[in-house]
Design a protein around this ligand. Structure first.
Ligand code: NAD
Length: 264
């Protein structure tokens, strides 16, 4: 399917690896110009190179990168100093750490809310009016399946991301919807990334098991019996950014191999 977004400009955050990289790769393969952001310049440069040398990339698609912490005012200013008129924005930053809510102080909450609620809201605020003026825009927020099925040790994520979800539900249905701008959340279940492996390694250590044993047990709990790949996550993201998805807005799209047990 031709997604009809060749030549558009996308900002993809948290894109040196994992799900953000998967989204950038899928967009580049559609001929979209991408500006990728992550904190570490070296890893980001290597990822930009990987995107540029991708066999499937149409030659017209360019790749730029800005090394910045997207959760800070300065980081966002560095990105928008490079370019402002993005047609597509994929918001993403690292997820908050797991733990017991009794141990989280105000600073821990502020950090989680900053990264997983206020940063996407700031990015939306900075870009949607330009998109609306040009008659086309796509925002995809990478959130988590924890928004629909909360995980007790991920309270910081459950809380902060629910705030973003509520905000998006409202703004997506504002007059932006009639101006060609869609805003959706893409909710990963378990995807094979460094973050997933890191979380599993912590769990394995806690119960004195190997990483393989814990990963296997988790896989068996997923109806698909496997973890998702960043590449397939990226393809769903690219579809949400497509012309064809223009009538989809304000949605929470779950990609979890069937793990969410509810009917709706
Ligand atoms: P990852 O750790 O593999 O990659 C995260 C990327 O974001 C990296 O490129 C990192 O450099 C970048 N990043 C982190 N903090 C940043 C910041 N402040 N500014 C700019 N870049 C930053 O993680 P992932 O598995 O790709 O997860 C992406 C998001 O999806 C996270 O919020 C995570 O909590 C959420 N999530 C992931 C899964 C999963 O199974 N992988 C499941 C549910 C939710």
């Amino acid at each position: 399917m031709n997604l009809g977004i060749q030549g558009k400009w996308a900002l993809v955050c948290g894109a040196s690896k994992g799900l953000g990289f998967g989204c950038a790769q899928a967009l580049v393969r559609e001929g979209v110009h991408v500006l990728i952001v992550a904190r570490g310049a070296e890893a980001l440069q290597a990822s930009a190179k990987k995107l540029m040398t991708d066999d499937v990339r149409p030659e017209s698609a360019s790749v730029q990168f800005v090394a910045a912490d997207i959760t800070t005012v300065e980081g966002r200013a560095a990105v928008f100093a490079r370019r402002q008129d993005f047609d597509i924005v994929v918001t993403n930053a690292g997820g908050p750490p797991p733990g017991d809510f009794r141990d989280w102080d105000r600073d821990a909450w502020i950090k989680a809310v900053d990264a997983n609620m206020l940063t996407p809201i700031e990015l939306i605020k900075a870009t949607v009016d330009g998109m609306a003026a040009r008659g086309f825009g796509r925002i995809v927020n990478i959130t988590s399946s924890a928004v629909k099925a909360p995980i007790d040790i991920l309270g910081l994520s459950n809380g902060a991301r629910s705030g973003l979800t509520g905000f998006v539900a409202g703004v997506a249905r504002s007059k932006l919807a009639a101006q060609g701008v869609t805003i959706n959340n893409l909710l990963p279940g378990a995807f094979d990334t460094d973050r997933l492996r890191g979380t599993m390694a912590g769990a394995a250590k806690k119960i004195g098991q190997t990483l393989d044993v814990v990963m296997d047990a988790r896989r068996k709990n997923i109806p698909a019996q496997r973890f998702g790949s960043p590449e397939e996550f990226g393809s769903i993201c690219a579809f949400l950014c497509s012309l064809q998805a223009g009538y989809m807005t304000g949605q929470n799209v779950l990609a979890d191999g069937g793990a969410y047990p509810g009917t709706y």
